[in-house]
Design a binder for this molecule. Structure first.
Ligand SMILES: [Zn+2]
Length: 440
């Protein structure tokens, strides 16, 4: 793994940040900064240092500071900010150099943060790449003796793309088994901890989930809720098989519907006609399987009656080495898988739609990646946060996207609006926060 960025890689980062540069994309490349190379070898897990920004660029930082991987900082005389290889650091974040190195050694983490044991969470708390872009924008303008606004024009309009991964349209036996097992497992944990009353309540919940009927058909409700806030969203559909003769793991984990069912096909076409985007939600096993992904894409396209280019992998199954290439080989052009299952945040420290870097060919890929920064389960299952706590987490995230004028996607699953989960309020809160926190 290279520890410093090549000319092509630096140009790629500048290009990814081009929304901040207006018609002057090369300004960042011309700034006087060190280019750090070995022996500043990459530390694993990565280590960071905070660098104070000069007063005239404080706004680009978090409390006036930026987090920099330690190998891109050169200790010495003078102000710290002048001794950082900013483009090297931005490349390292956006290309996820550390995670890629980890994957080569350990295999894909399939988007579970907890597998990166001992890593510093500050890495993903903010869109550091965007903030570096804003800092370089301010610096370049200062070199010209002009304001950034005059030299480069306004920063882009922040964008939070609402998406729904359609994992279930009815309460299948697979879902009943899976969720009941999940609740029962939690109940046994309480039992083992001798928390009898808690265990009893959890067993009761597990039993209720198993036997209680519930409607997971929530398209109209979502459309109405979003209309109240003047928003339209994207629905990602599964294009695989719903056969009970599937492999047991597929039956248990993949969605249990077929887009060939007239009722579902009609729902997809109605959504599309109403101005909603339709994307593909490839199966659990498709993350490195071009043929499988392609056949699922074809089935969805047949149901929809037009090409599909947007995609997010089911369970966020994702490998840096394989998944984007597999998607590109299928003709998919816009992925929003890049995020963690078990924490909100900015996995490549970015709130940007960008073309991932193909290091082998030293060119950008054709496909666009837009990070996924928040998923419903992160603020329910993984945190079991109280409503207030949940709103604080969501508001913080929205503020970050607005502070950096960035672009991200978020996931709210349709079936969690059912009383089985009761997560409709959380989504309404999110839509409301987009309005209140979005005002600058
Ligand atoms: Zn899914």
């Amino acid at each position: 793994m290279a520890t410093s960025a090549t000319d092509a890689e630096r140009a790629w980062v500048c290009d990814a940040l081009s929304a901040y540069w207006g018609s002057e994309p090369n300004r960042g490349l011309q700034l006087p900064m060190p280019r750090l190379r070995a022996p500043y070898a990459e530390a694993m897990p990565p280590r960071f240092t905070t660098v104070a920004l000069p007063e005239w660029a404080e706004d680009a930082g978090v409390a006036g500071n930026l987090l920099v991987p330690i190998q891109f900082f050169l200790p010495g005389e003078g102000p710290d900010w002048a001794r950082v290889d900013w483009l090297g650091a931005a490349f390292w974040y956006l290309h996820a150099c550390a995670e890629r190195a980890f994957e080569v050694e350990n295999g894909p983490i399939h988007s579970f943060r907890f597998r990166l044991q001992g890593w510093d969470d500050r890495h993903w708390d903010h869109a550091w790449v965007n903030r570096i872009g804003l800092f370089l924008r301010a610096w370049a303008a200062r070199e010209q003796g002009m304001s950034a606004e005059t030299l480069f024009g306004p920063v882009p309009v922040p964008e939070v793309v609402l998406t729904h991964d359609v994992d279930a349209v009815r309460k299948t036996w697979a879902i009943r088994f899976k969720q009941t097992a999940f609740h029962a497992f939690n109940a046994f944990r309480s039992l083992a901890g001798l928390r009898m009353r808690e265990a009893a309540s959890k067993f009761w919940h597990a039993f209720q989930f198993l036997v209680q009927p519930a409607s997971y058909w929530r398209f109209d409700e979502l459309v109405q809720m979003e209309a109240q806030f003047g928003r339209k969203s994207r629905f990602n559909f599964y294009g695989g098989s719903d056969s009970i003769l599937r492999r047991p793991r597929d039956w248990l984990i993949d969605p249990g519907y077929s887009v060939e069912t007239p009722e579902i096909r009609d729902a997809i076409r109605t959504l599309r006609a109403g101005g909603y985007d339709i994307g593909l939600h490839p199966s659990f096993a498709a993350w490195n399987d071009v043929d499988r992904m392609a056949s699922e894409k074809t089935r969805l396209e047949t149901a929809l009656g037009e090409p599909v280019v947007q995609v997010r992998m089911h369970w966020l199954r994702f490998s840096w080495a394989d998944t984007w290439h597999a998607q590109e080989a299928c003709g998919l052009r816009d992925d929003s898988t890049l995020g963690f299952n078990d924490r909100p945040g900015f996995r490549a420290a970015a709130a940007l739609a960008f073309h991932p870097w193909d290091a082998k060919r030293q060119t950008p890929m054709q496909l666009t990646a837009t990070p996924m920064t928040l998923m419903d389960s992160q603020v329910y299952d993984y945190h079991s946060a109280e409503p207030d706590e949940r709103r604080v987490i969501m508001a913080k995230l929205i503020r970050e996207v607005h502070d950096v004028a960035g672009k991200v996607t978020i996931i709210w699953h349709p079936h969690v609006l059912s009383p089985d989960y009761g997560w409709a309020d959380g989504y309404r809160d999110f839509l409301h926060l987009l309005v209140t926190e979005g005002k600058s």
